[in-house]
Design a protein around this ligand. Structure first.
Ligand SMILES: *Cc1c(COP(=O)(O)O)cnc(C)c1O
Length: 422
């Protein structure tokens, strides 16, 4: 049963309520390893589902365009103050609707159409909004793209520097969506300073690790930090932009009125709750456990013959090339889903296959760590993955179904926030 319970919705719209209940059970029964996903707390869920969704609040606290902000202003201010304290930044804007609009606000604040922006190429682990061709950011601006080294699977900062000196981008993005290694923020900052570019650290994936002290912080190095709030940070779907005092007003103007109308106040409140949770000792332990679990899983996967991009991980994320397993990423991901193991197919650096049918899979340990799994279970997880991938090669659906049963049996003993069995 969904927690908090949804009896009114069940009476009013049984068809929809049944779908929500099914999704809650699915999230309970499956080993969720999509690297960008997590389980939020019941407190975060409660804040997301409040009457705050009824309120329009264009503007910022104390400078709104609608009346009735007596309680919204302190809610947004609380979220901002908690973000500032948690990350140690001068300024935070908590209004971006999600990570992509947060990054768009950066473009609007600092670039004119056609200007050069430098980011990691999408197939190397970068994000669409870092100037990839199908994104508005790649169509309306001039992208300059860095790669990872073919040998190490890691960013080569000397190459980044050469490219930056040659191309002179106005903005440099670091961070990505399939980057299993520590981002060298001081290294990027030095390059940005050399070429006079604004450095943006997009920590969407690793924000929770940064908050919990399990990944170095970009604060003091990046001029602007963008992040989603719903990945390792374990909040509602949303985003924040954090800046030095110097860039605060440029970013605020870009978010509103530049790009957005009214902020989603129920989300703002929910972000505030998540930020309070993320400032606890419990969350620090969580962040370190995420990394320990990912590293234990990576080691167990290597032992079972999986080929990992860059050979392992420093964070929550693992990128595996399945070529040596005799299967492509997509059929493997589909088979794994049937086996109760949910992840996504993904390009690997220098992939020879097409983006919609790539060679790899991407997985992460954020959600399973929230469930309470530790290093102890990771060899079993790797064994299931190995067995499921072999079964997929042989079209052995019975084995996939058997694994799904074993996965859900294991997870039955690990409670899920947002769901109560029976
Ligand atoms: C997830 C992600 C985003 C975009 O977030 P959405 O909320 O999906 O728009 C931006 N940048 C990076 C690096 C991401 O991983």
């Amino acid at each position: 049963m969904h927690v908090p319970p949804i009896p009114t919705l069940t009476a009013a719209d049984p068809q929809l309520a049944a779908l929500i209940e099914s999704e809650a059970k699915r999230q309970h029964d499956k080993l969720r390893m999509i690297a960008s996903e997590n389980y939020v707390s019941t407190a975060v869920l409660e804040a997301s589902g409040t009457v705050l969704t009824n309120k329009y609040s264009e503007g910022y606290a104390g400078k709104r365009y609608y009346e009735g902000q007596q309680f919204i202003d302190p809610i947004e201010t609380l979220a901002i103050e908690r973000a500032r304290a948690l990350f140690g930044v001068d300024h935070a804007n908590v209004q971006p609707y999600s990570g992509s609009p947060a990054n768009l606000a950066v473009y609007l604040a600092f670039l004119s159409p056609g200007d050069k922006v430098m980011g990691m190429a999408l197939p190397m682990g970068g994000h669409l909004t870092h100037g990839w061709s199908v994104s508005a950011t790649g169509k309306w601006f001039t992208p300059v793209r860095y790669q990872v080294s073919r040998e190490t699977g890691r960013i080569d900062l000397d190459e980044v520097r050469d490219l930056a000196l040659r191309e002179r981008p106005k903005v440099i993005f670091c961070g990505g969506t399939a980057v299993p290694r520590t981002i060298d923020f001081p290294g990027f900052a030095e390059i940005a300073r050399e070429v006079g570019a604004i450095l943006v650290a997009d920590i969407a994936h690793i924000a929770g690790l940064v908050a919990g002290g399990a990944h170095p912080s970009p604060v003091g190095y990046a001029d602007v930090i963008t992040t989603t709030t719903h990945k390792t940070l374990r909040g509602p779907r949303g985003a924040m932009i954090m800046t030095t005092a110097e860039y605060a007003s440029a970013i605020d103007k870009a978010v509103f009125p530049g790009l957005q109308g009214g902020p989603h106040n129920h989300t703002t409140a929910s972000i505030a709750v998540a930020l309070k949770e993320a400032s606890t000792e419990d969350f620090r332990r969580y962040a370190h456990q995420v990394v320990a679990n990912a590293q234990a899983l990576a080691a167990a996967m290597v032992e079972r013959g999986f080929e990992l991009s860059s050979g392992g991980t420093d964070n929550h994320l693992i990128l595996a090339d399945l070529t040596s397993k005799g299967i492509a990423g997509k059929p493997a991901a589909q088979a794994l889903d049937r086996a109760g193991i949910e992840l996504n197919y993904n390009t690997v650096p220098y992939d020879t296959r097409k983006p919609f049918d790539p060679s790899g899979i991407r997985l992460g340990a954020a959600a399973l760590t929230t469930r309470g799994l530790t290093e102890q279970q990771m060899p079993q997880v790797a064994a299931w993955m190995d067995e499921a991938v072999s079964a997929a090669v042989k079209d052995d659906e019975a084995t996939l179904d058997r694994i799904a049963g074993e996965v859900s049996d294991l997870l039955a003993t690990y409670p899920m926030p947002g769901y109560a069995s029976a």
